[in-house]
Write a protein that binds this ligand. Structure first.
Ligand SMILES: Cc1cc2nc3c(=O)[nH]c(=O)nc-3n(C[C@H](O)[C@H](O)[C@H](O)COP(=O)(O)OP(=O)(O)OC[C@H]3O[C@@H](n4cnc5c(N)ncnc54)[C@H](O)[C@@H]3O)c2cc1C
Length: 335
């Protein structure tokens, strides 16, 4: 049985079919609530329930340590009664803007021993409409999906470029290197709501871990196209030099923005031109106080968590920390 969901103090109502999270039901109805990973890890979708009852989808826990006392993770809750939500924010979006398409591999290059740069082309006449920093889902034969951030900027809309790390034992990422031009892949896009405000002119620090560089590249290429003038620092962390697999992009930004500051952070193999240590330590040691700054961080859950703590120590306001977390494993079926 469908339950009716409302947003407190608004006219917004939508139906929540059984077996679907509050977040996915909202997205399907064209109501965008804040979210990122849709797996109950990043905490972007936390909000309150003003009235009504919810439970964990498939027995999942509905809270994690990012939730305040009255908050739940909308991505893992399903209603058991009619519910009134108190989200942090919401906006109307066009639900038909999300598309499922068969893309074809255009090129596939090994950028590092364990990173493939996969360029996909959309069918003729189709355009990928997305915002810099959003991600797509690759739909696998077994019905599960894997999320990958677009590394290309939105104006390059005839396809999607993905940076995919080969995860040991990974069902999809282990076979990426074998994909050949012309191979078809079912994709759905776009996902993710990008919390960075384009009109914000405050200094910004990007912190990327490994292939967390992909959405950062999309955002920076988009800023370049829009001729944004802003104080920008990029910290890119990896274990060894090969993990910083696309230095040419960084050199391009350095050329275009003379004040662009780049810090390579290598945790395992030192190099003369890199900070020796993890990205969170580089943030602690190489950046001045972060009050009045914005930080955008992307990488694995432990990396994002360590950078969040380091940023807080340096005086960053919690609401100025924005993150995309590459939560491992299969994603929920598309909304
Ligand atoms: C919003 C979002 C965006 C993402 N964007 C990117 C991206 O741009 N580039 C990218 O490389 N990845 C990205 N990921 C991760 C990606 O979706 C997959 O989880 C990853 O590629 C592994 O898929 P797989 O099928 O190879 O592994 P699976 O078969 O799903 O997992 C196999 C095993 O490996 C473990 N595992 C999976 N991933 C990791 C990992 N990263 N570290 C350690 N253990 C792991 C799993 O827990 C499991 O035990 C993103 C994830 C999210 C949620």
């Amino acid at each position: 049985m469908n339950h009716s969901i409302a947003i407190e103090a608004t006219e917004v109502t939508f139906d929540n079919p059984p077996g679907q999270s509050l977040l996915d039901a909202a997205l399907r109805a064209g109501i965008e609530l804040p979210y990122s990973c849709r797996k109950g890890v990043c905490g972007s979708c936390v909000g309150s329930i003003a009235s009504g009852e919810v439970r964990g989808l498939n027995g999942a826990a509905i809270r994690n340590d990012t939730c305040g006392p009255d908050q739940v993770l909308y991505c893992l809750c399903e209603p058991t009664t009619d519910v009134v939500l108190q989200p942090a924010s919401w906006k109307r979006v066009d639900p038909s803007a999300r598309k499922t398409l068969t893309a074809k591999v255009y090129s596939n290059q090994l950028a590092a021993p364990d990173v493939s740069v996969l360029r996909l082309r959309l069918p003729a006449g189709q355009r990928a409409k997305f915002q810099a920093g959003q991600y797509l889902q690759i739909l696998l034969e077994d019905g599960s999906a894997r999320c990958y951030s677009m590394a290309n900027p939105p104006h390059e809309s005839d396809g999607a470029t993905l940076h995919i790390r080969h995860v040991a034992g990974g069902q999809f990422s282990q076979r990426v290197a074998q994909l050949a031009p012309g191979d078809p892949l079912r994709i759905e896009l776009p996902f993710g709501n990008v919390a960075l405000a384009s009109e914000d002119t405050r200094p910004i620090v990007f912190v990327a871990g490994g292939t967390g560089f992909a959405p950062v590249k999309s955002i920076l290429d988009d800023m370049l196209k829009k001729r944004v003038q802003r104080d920008i620092t990029l910290i890119w962390g990896a274990r060894e030099p090969a993990g910083l697999y696309l230095r040419s992009a960084v050199e391009r930004w350095q050329k275009q923005w003379p004040d662009f500051r780049f810090i390579a952070a290598l945790s395992d193999v030192p190099s003369d031109d890199a900070f020796a240590g993890r990205a969170d330590d580089a943030l602690r040691q190489c950046c001045a106080a972060l009050g009045g700054h914005v930080v955008y961080c992307c990488g694995s859950p432990p990396m994002v968590s360590a950078v969040r703590s380091a940023a807080a120590e340096k005086g960053l306001a919690p609401e100025d920390f924005h993150a995309d977390v590459f939560v491992p494993g299969p994603s929920a079926a598309p909304a």
